[in-house]
Design a protein. Structure first.
Length: 290
C-alpha cells in the first residue's frame, strides 16, 4: 500500500473520531439542559428588606447540635456566647482550605497556662467545647509530672508498689479520674468503708501509714490477727485502750513509761532485778490481773 493511500485512511479515521466526540458532547449538553428546572422561583425582594438579627446561642445549636450538647453538659468556663471565640464563622471554604485561618486560638484567652513545654492545647483538651473532659490518651503518658510534681516526688521519695505503676494504670479513663482503692485492693474487712482507706494510707505513699485515733480496730485485725485476738479477750485495762492510742505510728512500739510511772512499790532492788516491765507483766496485750 502506498504512503498516499495510508495517509488518506488516517485522515478519514481521525475525522470520524472527531465527529463522534462532537456528537457525544452535544448530546450530554442537551441532556443537562433538559434536566434543568423549568419552574424557577419568582423573585421576592421583600425577603431581603430587613437586616438579619444575630443568632442566639440556642439557634447555633440547631445546626451544631454536638457542640451545643458538649457545652451544655461539660462546657465549664467555656459556657458563653459562641461569637466570643468564633468571631468569623460560616466562612470555611474547602477550595481555600482556610479552616486553621478562621478557627480561634486558645492562646488568645489562655496564654500558656502550662508553660512553654506544652503549647499544643488540643493534644490534651481534645474538645474545646468540653475543655475539662480530657481523655487519658497516649499523649499524656510520661508527662504527668510536668504538672503534678508533688505527687511524682512522693512516689519516688516513698517507694512502694504504687511507684512501679504508670499513672494511667490508676487514672485510666480520663484526666482527673480518681479511682477507688477497691479496683485493685481487697478491704481489710468485709464491711470496711471505702473512705477509710486513705485515712491511713496516703495514696502516693501508701506505706507511710498514719493511724487515726478513731481507726476501726478491725483494720488492725486484718494483719495482726493473733495480737488482736489476744487483746480482744484480755480482762486487763489494756483491753479498754484502742490500738492507735499506744501505736500512734504504724509499727511503733511504745515505751510503757509513755503512759505509766514507776509504782512506789517497785523499789530500786526490784527494778534492778527486773528492769523490763514485761519481765513480770509478760504480755502487754494481756496483762496478768488479780
Amino acid at each position: 500500500m502506498s504512503n498516499h493511500i495510508r495517509t488518506k485512511k488516517l485522515i478519514t479515521i481521525s475525522m470520524m473520531v472527531l465527529i463522534a466526540a462532537t456528537l457525544l458532547v452535544a448530546g450530554t449538553a442537551s441532556a443537562q439542559q433538559a434536566a434543568m428546572r423549568d419552574n424557577l422561583p419568582a423573585i421576592d425582594t421583600s425577603l431581603y428588606a430587613a437586616e438579619p438579627i444575630p443568632l442566639r446561642v440556642d439557634q447555633c445549636g440547631q445546626c451544631h447540635t454536638r457542640h451545643f450538647r458538649d457545652l451544655k453538659l461539660s462546657g465549664g468556663k467555656h459556657q458563653f456566647d459562641c461569637r466570643e471565640c468564633h468571631e468569623v464563622f460560616h466562612a470555611y471554604n474547602p477550595q481555600r482550605n482556610n479552616y486553621a485561618e478562621i478557627m480561634p486560638l486558645c492562646a488568645t484567652c489562655h496564654g500558656q497556662p502550662h508553660g512553654d513545654k506544652h503549647i499544643e492545647c488540643i493534644n490534651c483538651h481534645e474538645n474545646p467545647h468540653a475543655p475539662k473532659r480530657v481523655p487519658m490518651t497516649h499523649r499524656l503518658e510520661g508527662i504527668c509530672s510536668d504538672c503534678h510534681g508533688p505527687e511524682a516526688t512522693e512516689l519516688q521519695k516513698f517507694p512502694s508498689k504504687h511507684t512501679e505503676q504508670a499513672c494511667n494504670s490508676c487514672h485510666h479513663s480520663r484526666h482527673g479520674y480518681i479511682p477507688v482503692c477497691a479496683e485493685c485492693h481487697e478491704p481489710h474487712f468485709a464491711t470496711q468503708a471505702e473512705a477509710t482507706c486513705m485515712q491511713c494510707h496516703p495514696v502516693h505513699q501508701p506505706r507511710t501509714i498514719a493511724l487515726a485515733a478513731d481507726v476501726d480496730l478491725k483494720t488492725c485485725d486484718a494483719c495482726h490477727s493473733d495480737v488482736y485476738a489476744t487483746w480482744d479477750g484480755t480482762p486487763s485495762k489494756h483491753g479498754e485502750v484502742g490500738c492507735a492510742e499506744c501505736h500512734t505510728e504504724h509499727g511503733l512500739i511504745p515505751a510503757c513509761s509513755n503512759c505509766h510511772e514507776t509504782p512506789a512499790s517497785h523499789n530500786k532492788k526490784l527494778m534492778a532485778m527486773f528492769p523490763k516491765c514485761l519481765d513480770c507483766h509478760l504480755d502487754v496485750h494481756d496483762l496478768p490481773v488479780k
